[in-house]
Design a protein around this ligand. Structure first.
Ligand code: ZN
Length: 110
């Protein structure tokens, strides 16, 4: 399973948001039903999408609304996104204490 937005791998049992999508005919017999698709977003992308500007397109808008519902109703996803971000930041050397001292100090150099 990969995040649709950033392609990060989402391991089984890890926190993520899953969107299930299928289409079916209404008022037509026999009823036809498409295969169901599962779309996943990692916590970082879920939070980022929810807090960002509304997307374009009716379908994107519907998905955005649902993700916003989840992100705003409980801090668990925010927390998961924060934990993952702080893990990445923890890997960077603390400026001024590790590695080469930079004359400017306090700035990250990428
Ligand atoms: Zn992602």
């Amino acid at each position: 399973m990969h995040c649709l937005r950033c392609n990060r791998e989402i391991e089984t049992g890890h926190k993520s948001v899953a969107l299930y999508m299928f289409a079916q005919t209404v008022g037509i017999k026999p009823r036809q039903k498409s295969a169901a698709h599962r779309i996943s977003f990692c916590p970082q992308c879920s939070v980022s999408l929810a807090m960002g500007l509304p997307p374009e397109g009716a379908l994107n808008m519907a998905a955005w609304d649902m993700i916003r519902d989840l992100v705003s109703s409980d801090p668990a996803l925010n927390e998961a996104a924060w934990k993952s971000l702080s893990r990445v930041s923890g890997l960077l050397p603390a400026t001024g204490t590790d590695g080469d001292p930079t004359p400017s100090g306090g700035y990250f150099e990428f």
